[in-house]
Structure formats: structure tokens, C-alpha cells
Design a protein around this ligand. Structure first.
Ligand code: AG3
Length: 291
């Protein structure tokens, strides 16, 4: 009998999740990271980078919808959107569903991931490569936000976790760069880990946000493959009303945008800002740190 090959996610101390790979579709050591793609009975196609789950065809909708529609619909007039990271282009696809977006610039460091995803994740990103509004820049996100002349209404940071190459996307310098390229009234949203497992990551990011923006916090989404509880999506803006757009207004914007979603609804959007007490305390701890 041949043993099923398994891939374990090694991210959290003392806890690992392993996937059975029914078929290994691809394995490559790129210039920046180790990439593996396999098929799993529960999650469909699974992409791991450096032994950490990045995206699966079965649950990508949760993360991509919540990372894009919440800030774009809260803002209400997002014309220039910036994505940092997001090499699989699933987030770009979701953001480009908003016809009000005039240009979507994506700054990704690893071209190999984009090429790979175009080939293997067409069902979640094919539309992107045919969209004239999509502007792909292969560059370092930290350098881009430090130097660009462009300005954006919404910035979405679709990073890996703060281990290895992704860790620079959790620094105060990077967030200050994001602030530099945000238009007044703009909003920055970040992948901020699973607070139950990665508490420090949330405290640190919120601490940095609070030193730079009038509103610093997070909202939540439950992503099955990012195990250990809800995932925090960092929220930083000078417009303190943005986190509290009424359901009536969101309903109007959502209807006008004509989105076909599987997780996002205006009611979920509002509820996502309600934090369980242990997460609220982490946010408060971050805010106090900046005070
Ligand atoms: N970026 C978020 C990865 C978070 C991984 N963390 C984890 N497995 N707990 C995913 C890229 C999707 N476009």
C-alpha cells in the first residue's frame, strides 16, 4: 500500500495541520520561496508557500470578499485601488468586480507566483488578466509605497504571515509608506493573522496604525484554512466614520455594485467589526502602546 503524501502547515507553535495530497500538481523552489500545489478532498486545490497555506479553491471566497468588499463599500467612491502582495490574483479579481474602480495597481514581489496562479487558478483570476484596469508591478511593496507619486483610495495588503519575506509588510515603516500614498479619507486594510494563535501580530500592527492614523483596529472573517479561530483584518484610516457606515447605505452600495457574493453581505460587513472580548483587548493593548 502506498502511503498518502501529506503536507503540514508549520506556522503555529506546538500545533500543526496536515492535508492529504490526493495529487501533487506542482512543486517549485522560486527565487523567493518554496511553492507547492496539490489536490485535497476537502479544500480543492491548495497552494502552500514555505509550508504555510495561502489559498484554496474551496474557501478563497471568504478571505478575498472580506478583504476587498468591506473597505471598498465602506469607502463608497474607491477609484484608485492598490494591492500589495496577493500574487495569486484572487483578491484583484474580487476588487475589479467594482465597476467604480478605475485602476487597480498590484505590487507583487514574486512574478513566479503570478505566472503560476494564472495557469493553475484561472477560475478565480482569469478575468484579471483581461481587464485593462489591472496594472501589475513586480516590485518590493515597501519600496513602492515609499517612493510612488500615485495616490490611492483603498490599499489592501494581501501578505503572507510575518515570517520570512512577508515580515517587512508588518513594520511601522511600511504602514507609514501606505499612509503616504493614501488619499485623504482613504483606508488601509491588512491580512493580520489569527489573533488566538498570533496575538502579538495584531497588537503590533494596531500599535503601528494607532501611531499613524485616527482610527486603528481590525474586523474579522472566519476562513476555514487559516485555522485557530477568526482571522483579523487590520483597519487603519483617518476617517473614523468609515467603520460605521449604516446598513441602509451599505445595502444601497451593495445593490448598485451588483456583486454575486458567497460570504459578504452588508449585515456581515457591520457585524465583522464586533470583536469578541479577547480580541478587543488585543486591539486596546495595541492602541495603548501608541499613546
Ligand atoms: N494571504 C494570507 C495568508 C495567511 C496565511 N496564514 C495562515 N495559513 N494561517 C493569502 C493569499 C491569498 N490571496
Amino acid at each position: 500500500m502506498t502511503a498518502t503524501k501529506t503536507f503540514a502547515e508549520v506556522l503555529h507553535k506546538g500545533f500543526r495541520v496536515s492535508f492529504d495530497a490526493d495529487r501533487i500538481l506542482y512543486e517549485q523552489k522560486t527565487e523567493h520561496q518554496h511553492l507547492v500545489l496539490f489536490e485535497n478532498a476537502c479544500f480543492g486545490r491548495v497552494l502552500m508557500l514555505d509550508d504555510i497555506t495561502q489559498v484554496t479553491t474551496a474557501d478563497e471566497f471568504v478571505y478575498h470578499e472580506m478583504l476587498s468588499h468591506v473597505p471598498i463599500l465602506a469607502h463608497g467612491n474607491a477609484r484608485q485601488v492598490l494591492i500589495i502582495g496577493g500574487g495569486d490574483c484572487g483578491l484583484a479579481e474580487e476588487a475589479l468586480k467594482h465597476e467604480t474602480v478605475e485602476r487597480l495597481t498590484q505590487v507583487e514581489i514574486d512574478r513566479a507566483v503570478v505566472d503560476f496562479a494564472a495557469e493553475h487558478f484561472a477560475e478565480m483570476n482569469a478575468a484579471v488578466f483581461e481587464d485593462a484596469r489591472f496594472d501589475l508591478v513586480i516590485a518590493d511593496g515597501v519600496e513602492f509605497v515609499a517612493a510612488s507619486d500615485r495616490r490611492f483610495d483603498v490599499i489592501l495588503v494581501d501578505s503572507t504571515d510575518p515570517v520570512g519575506p512577508g515580515s517587512v509588510l508588518f513594520t511601522k515603516e511600511f504602514y507609514a509608506g501606505c499612509r503616504r500614498v493614501l488619499r485623504p479619507g482613504g483606508v488601509l486594510v491588512t491580512q493580520n493573522g489569527v489573533p488566538f494563535m498570533q496575538a502579538d501580530e495584531l497588537v503590533d500592527s494596531v500599535g503601528h496604525f494607532a501611531g499613524l492614523f485616527a482610527d486603528a483596529g481590525c474586523y474579522l472573517a472566519t476562513v476555514p484554512t487559516y485555522v485557530g479561530g477568526q482571522m483579523a483584518l487590520g483597519w487603519a484610516t483617518d476617517d473614523t466614520g468609515l467603520r460605521n457606515v449604516s446598513e441602509a447605505v451599505l445595502n444601497e452600495r451593495f445593490a448598485a455594485a451588483n456583486l454575486d457574493t458567497s460570504y459578504y453581505t452588508p449585515a456581515v460587513h457591520r457585524a465583522a467589526f464586533a470583536l469578541p472580548r479577547y480580541i478587543d483587548e488585543l486591539v486596546e493593548k495595541g492602541r495603548r502602546r501608541a499613546a
